[in-house]
Design a protein. Structure first.
Ligand code: TRP
Length: 385
């Protein structure tokens, strides 16, 4: 176990099946490296997973699968507290309390919420624009009774704005409160353990900033309680891009499985996917993210999987072809992933031990969380039980 003086780090992953090398490089690998330095809490965010419609059986399988993957990648239950979010009821308890001090506007402006709820146009806030247009229309009528054209044009603008607002209202009605309150639960996940650091992917920075804001609000209102943790973002590899489209993030929900290399992909699959991965024009193997996004992405993947700095790779492949580079990259992936896959297989055959790890982890997490909740309940004024 970690010593008492170690700093604390917390992170969660939303298990949605088929974890890929983007997850490995951007998150899991970092967790494994951090577990000697920090006292770590790592959990599978199953309560976050249900903010979008889920298949219950699949959710169970994916939750367990994420744990197998984490353990196979080297997360060590002796060093890190590994657990399932929903096994520690304090997450929802603190989440609720944080909801009561969170302005609705802060939740509504979250990028992930707007994306998922499909209300990214901000058109509800176009009401002012609508009023301006209406005024312009009447002025136009007053001024130039004859100019039908001008009035018609304004009317088209009004109709467009109105239909955008209508669409947004409809989507808003369909959206769930769970999706909206995703960030308060995440803030609770973090603040419960009073961490110094939260290793997250770049896309979660806004949520972390939100957690810091809620911590400040709580402290201001009820007295110093929570630390404001800092984000730990990996400089390189925080964002691995799709193999078939290096402009977009690698994603398990991509339309084609050629977009990603799954941690459990077979050797043949890995070789095939690397072979057909998109490359850039020219033939130099150089890290130029702007002009050579595809090759730069492959360089980062290579660098991270083989632990060779990018400049070293550039030197090694100076004057070599894309094909040679790709063939070696596929080798490096196979070498890095096969021990993980062997360990994964062994773990799935020993699910009893894994469940025991999770029970242990939940026990430890609940102990830590109970301490925080004791203080929080008192500060908020909830009667002791
Ligand atoms: N929202 C995170 C993601 O999608 C997962 C997550 C949930 C998380 N709770 C967290 C990450 C707390 C860090 C800390 O990746």
């Amino acid at each position: 176990m970690a010593g008492p003086n170690k700093q604390i780090a917390v992170s969660g992953i939303q298990a949605s099946g088929n974890l890929h090398i983007g997850n490995y490089i951007g998150a899991i690998k970092q967790f494994v490296e951090l577990q000697d330095k920090y006292k770590m809490f790592v959990f599978v965010a199953d309560l976050h997973a249900i903010t979008v419609p889920q298949d219950p059986e699949k959710l169970q399988a994916q939750t367990l699968d994420a744990v197998y993957t984490y353990l196979a990648c080297g997360l060590d239950p002796e060093k890190t507290t590994i657990f399932i979010q929903s096994h520690v009821p304090q997450h929802t308890e603190l989440g609720w309390i944080l909801n009561t001090i969170t302005p609705l506007g802060e939740l509504e402006r979250m990028t992930q919420f707007k994306d998922k709820a499909k209300i990214d146009k901000n058109s509800l806030f176009d009401l002012e624009q609508l009023i301006r247009l209406e005024n312009a229309k009447y002025k136009a009528i007053e001024r130039s009774e004859g100019s039908i054209k001008e009035i018609k044009e304004i009317k088209i603008d009004i109709t467009t704005t109105l239909s955008e607002i209508l669409e947004e209202l409809k989507n808003r009605g369909r959206t769930t409160a769970g999706l909206l309150n995703y960030p308060t639960l995440m803030a609770a996940d973090i603040l419960l353990y009073n961490p110094d650091a939260v290793p997250v992917g770049e896309d979660q920075l806004q949520h972390l900033e939100f957690a810091r804001m809620v911590a400040r609000k709580f402290n201001t209102r009820f007295g110093e309680t929570f630390k404001e943790p800092k984000a730990l973002i990996q400089k390189e590899g925080a964002r691995i891009m799709g193999l078939d489209d290096p402009i977009k993030k690698m994603s398990k929900s991509a339309t084609s499985a050629n977009n990603y290399i799954g941690i459990l992909d077979s050797e043949e699959e890995i070789r095939r996917k690397i072979k057909i991965a998109v490359t850039d024009s020219g033939k130099e193997i150089k890290f130029y993210p702007k002009t050579k996004p595809a090759i730069s992405n492959l360089l980062i993947i290579f660098s991270q999987m083989a632990d060779i700095p990018v400049p070293g790779l550039e030197k090694k492949y100076a004057g070599k072809t894309y094909a040679e580079f790709k063939s070696d990259l596929a080798d490096a992936l196979v070498v890095a992933l096969s021990p993980i896959q062997i360990k994964y297989k062994a773990l799935t055959k020993d699910s009893e031990s894994v469940l025991k790890i999770l029970r242990n982890g939940a026990d430890r997490a609940r102990d830590a969380a109970a301490l925080t909740m004791h203080a929080v309940r008192q500060k908020v004024g909830l009667l002791a039980h």
